[in-house]
Design a protein around this ligand. Sequence first.
Ligand code: T6T
Length: 314
Amino acid sequence: ACTTGSQQSEANNQGGGEALSEADLAGQTIGFIPGVNDPFYISMQCAIEETAAEYGMEVSVQIPEQFEAAVQTPIVNSMIATDPAALLIAPTDGTALQPPLKQAVDAGIPVGLVDTTLDDPSLAFTSVATDNELGGAAAADALADLIGGEGKVLVIAFKAGASTSDARQKGFEDQIAAHEGIEYLGAQINDNDPAKAASIVQASLAANPDLAGVFATNLFAAQGAATGLRNAGAEGDVKIVGFDAGATQVEQLERDDVQALVAQKPGDIGRQAVEQTVAELTGGEVTPEIGTETVVLTQENLSSMQDAIYQESC
Ligand code: T6T
């Protein structure tokens, strides 16, 4: 059993440090770099802090002001300089964040990916995320249902190059193709800006007055899409399926500005990422890839699904 333990620790401990005992974890710091400041990542952060505290560990959080690789990269560099025991990060771009995270690993800091992933995630000891393609497919079926299987639909992709945006779009596109009565108008990018999502929806509606539905791939895309429809006086006529379940989105669902929300489980992602970090640091068995669930919120099930709504603070 002893030999297995040390073999595991060598194999898993990619940062190259000595495996710690569980007691040694107390006082160690996990760095956490989310994509941006939003209720999804706040909920994840709360779970990370809570789980880390169970091991006596600290969490050092640095939050990019925008969901942008150019903003996140210097944060990674400054986090490396503080030499945390491990780093958990949601890379905002699968390509651009590869080199800075390789530097973290080269500096002996094990890296775990949460939510988004990298083009080559093999540098990370674990990747914990929603199955975003499946979530996109669920959104396609929900939207098809809402529009009675007929009409024009649009995708608002929140950020090209962010793995979650790309995967939700792909899952939606693959699945919507199976609905013969639906005409897919393609995807437009809102750069994580709700105002841009609103203007995309208003312009699409002007060009296609018979627009039937919108799939908005994250919290800010969905919030903005709903605002855009309301500005155009088309709320409720054009159906919206959004991803995520922040308080504003849930209010929009209650008002019928949005008809369905694909809610992720950011708390599960955060908790499991810390459990994997503990395994990594103590030479335990690490799971390289963990998928977490989504649930679809509608006006009908909302009252029984209050736990699925994201936190605005811990
Ligand atoms: O949808 C989440 C997250 O999964 C995505 O990667 C970025 O946007 C959110 O944080 C919502 O704003």
